[in-house]
Design a protein. Structure first.
Length: 255
């Protein structure tokens, strides 16, 4: 079952969720598996708030039944439990791999061949790859086949190939992105792929973490593509998921 707790800015949606967590613990004799997912920046404050709520009801002895997690920490648990055991690539490893990829593919670039060896180009490509990954755009999305598809664009032109320079730049980015990703993932795990990789594991083995779990998700204004993918798969395997949102749309009650 999926449930929504929606309230205005002057209401306390998080307090309502904490009250439901306390109710779950007090209403059951058996231990609960409660997973409370919040944004990274709210993790510490949420831990303190839940601690105070449990203490006020004399439930500190059962505090281990409530697991405060972020998408990153929960994804990391899944990867360590079920996924790839490769080391995570740090910034130095990424920089070295990107430099090598650019050097090896320089002669194949259409728009960027003259500037590929200029200072700062490697950093710009790393920044571009980061943006693409966090936006849910895969290397295959920038393949020549996709770029030359006949999907009509908003201005009426038939495809991206009608924009010659843009088409060449996107093709170059796609080539660098594919080559970089292939070389990186051969020996390393990319932290940018953490949530997406974990989402893929959920559908097959998610019961290990989410079996009989009560899932609460709170504090988000929006979600990244990978977070939405993760959340969709959690809803598919978990029995009960509650999402809390703050909205200014008028309602009969604050919550």
């Amino acid at each position: 079952m999926t449930k929504f707790i929606i309230g205005k800015a002057n209401s306390d949606v998080s307090e309502k969720i904490r009250a439901e967590i306390v109710s779950l613990i007090t209403g059951g004799n058996s231990a609960q598996n409660i997973i409370y997912i919040v944004p990274d920046q709210f993790e510490f404050e949420t831990e303190k708030s839940v601690y105070r709520a449990l203490k006020a009801q004399g439930l500190l002895a059962r505090s281990e039944e409530v697991h405060i997690r972020t998408f990153s920490s929960l994804s990391d648990e899944l990867i360590k439990l079920l996924g790839d055991k490769k080391p995570t690539a740090d910034d130095i490893a990424k920089n070295i791999i990107m430099h090598r990829v650019i050097r090896e593919n320089k002669d194949s670039l259409r728009a960027f061949s003259r500037i590929a060896e200029r200072p700062g180009f490697c950093e710009k490509m790393l920044s571009t790859v980061t943006m693409l990954k966090t936006s849910g755009i895969s290397p295959e999305d920038l393949s020549d086949e996709k770029l030359d598809s006949e999907n009509e664009l908003p201005d009426g032109r038939k495809s991206i190939r009608d924009y010659t320079l843009l088409r060449s730049k996107l093709s170059d980015v796609g080539l660098i992105y594919r080559s970089y990703n292939a070389r990186l993932t051969k020996d390393y795990f990319d932290s940018l792929d953490l949530t997406s990789a974990a989402a893929e594991l959920i559908t097959n083995s998610g019961y290990i973490l989410f079996d009989d779990a009560q899932i609460f998700i709170d504090g988000f204004n929006d979600f990244t593509i990978s977070q939405l993918h993760f959340l969709t798969n959690v809803i598919a395997v978990a029995d009960n998921v509650t999402l809390g949102f703050v909205t200014e749309y008028p309602t009969r009650r604050d919550i």
